[in-house]
Design a binder for this molecule. Structure first.
Ligand SMILES: Nc1nc2c(ncn2[C@@H]2O[C@H](COP(=O)(O)OP(=O)(O)O)[C@@H](O)[C@H]2O)c(=O)[nH]1
Ligand SMILES: [Mg+2]
Ligand SMILES: [Zn+2]
Length: 208
């Protein structure tokens, strides 16, 4: 495991160097399957595209379904299929970035494979990690999967519209996140009610 991570780190550093040379900011967007990563992108890409030239790299085990969804937002998109692999690594992102015109981009958002565990361990050369946690997953997830929340600069609490139908304790989740990562920025969003999306866009623009 140490060797694999060491090799990955080398390629991640090369990616980061290349992205810096080309002035491209890269966000590694992580979270469980179904937390709403692709929906969040669908609802915010056009807003971001007013200010920045954005592209998306989609990671999935199989299918190009998410890439097809992103394509409708009229931004360049590359699909990576991991053929069963449960996370993206730096080499996969390096290959995907080769089919993007970096000269013409300001921002790449990489949607990682849906998984709260190993995506957090594999640096892909990003500038910033973000994690989406949806209300239906339960408020205990930060304490059960602390690494991904420790690594992420921002936690998007998505599906906030579903709060009345669940026993999700927002206060508890916020307190646990603050214990794991005191500096983490918490943004509450609903992609169905279209709330909090400006906060997410502004966070990106401020950290860009
Ligand atoms: N109620 C509700 N459903 C949402 C929200 N965001 C996404 N969804 C739904 O959650 C499901 C999974 O979303 P998707 O974006 O594919 O998740 P991903 O696997 O993380 O990319 C879809 O049926 C979405 O319509 C939200 O804010 N509220
Ligand atoms: Mg998705
Ligand atoms: Zn994995």
């Amino acid at each position: 495991m140490k060797n694999i991570l060491g090799e990955n780190e080398k390629i991640a550093d090369e990616n980061r160097k290349l992205f810096r040379e080309k002035n491209v900011f890269v966000i590694n967007l992580m979270g469980s399957p179904g937390s709403g990563k692709t929906t969040l992108l669908e609802k915010t890409l056009s807003k971001l595209a007013e200010k920045l030239k954005v592209a998306v790299i989609e990671g999935d085990l199989f299918t190009a379904r998410d890439a097809e969804r992103i394509e409708r937002q009229k931004v360049p998109v590359v699909q990576i299929n991991t053929a069963g692999g449960c996370h993206l690594d730096a080499a996969m992102v390096k290959r995907a970035a080769e089919s993007l015109n970096l000269e013409e981009l300001d921002l790449i958002i990489v949607e990682n494979v849906g998984n709260l565990v190993c995506p957090a361990e594999f640096d892909v050369g990003e500038n910033l990690k973000a994690v989406v946690l949806s209300i239906t997953e339960g408020d205990d997830k930060p304490l059960k999967y602390p690494l991904i929340f420790k690594e992420s600069a921002v936690a998007v609490l998505n599906k906030i519209d579903l709060i009345p139908f669940t026993n999700f304790n927002l206060e508890q989740a916020r307190a646990d996140l603050a214990t794991i990562h005191p500096q983490i920025k918490i943004i509450e969003t609903s992609c169905t009610k279209l709330t909090g999306l400006d906060d997410w866009c502004n966070f990106i623009l401020e950290n860009f």
